[in-house]
Design a protein. Sequence first.
Length: 289
Amino acid sequence: METQVQQPTYQSVPPAFAPELEKPRLLGRIGTLDVRLAATRAEINAAQMLRYKVFVEEMGASLPVDAMQQKRDFDTIDRYCDHLLVLDTALGGQPETQIVGTYRLLRQDVAERYNGFYSQKEFDVADLVGRHRDQRFLELGRSCVLPAYRTRRTLEALWQGNWAYAVEHRIDVMFGCASFSGDKAYAHALPLSFLNQSVAARDEWAVRAIPGRGVSMDMMPVEAITPRAALAAMPPLVKGYLRLGALVSQEAVVDHAFRTTDILVILPVKQISGRYLNHYGADASRFIG
């Protein structure tokens, strides 16, 4: 793995900057919502501005000085990721003004050419990947949606994009950090304990937090947990992962800069619920075209 990141070239997103492509390929369409990869630097900037609105203005995150001044959430990892967008075409105007949701996608082969995965800062992802050398990993990160679009339809559009991308790149395992708002882990004792007792990743999928950063999610006895209350206390994104069949880390990590409590979600493609594979289509074709 290289030790230095090159200057931004955006080379990991070939379709995005190829001048011969008049229109980027759709990964999905649900109603007026189009799902595709960012096609220009202006669109990537707009996605980063959306992230700033959600993470900083709404959630109170503290970013590096440059990011705060520019009102964009960006880091060096953005340079070699693909950026999934949900655009509401009913809004009119230029595409960058239509962006209502985004995900940051980082394939293993790309991460290994640069500085690795983002979530390696919190969890020992290198160990997890190293134990599955015959499988291709995809990191999902920086998920956010504008408040007015936090609906099931938008989440479905994001997942259509993720699934189409995973199929195209023959991904075997999707993973990434999912966040609970607030940097007091014990404030989420109920949902974290429920996750630990019901869907904790063990054995071949077990993953540990970086030494010194992990907080055990085994905070409450099983008899004190009401599943319905635990699910009600979870962010919609986490519940979405659970419906798909995801596993989670047994430890959480507090991110003080973003004021969140993070867990690592692991979703082997073979474990995705058949119900959802049928919904999106095994070849991701249902919402394309």
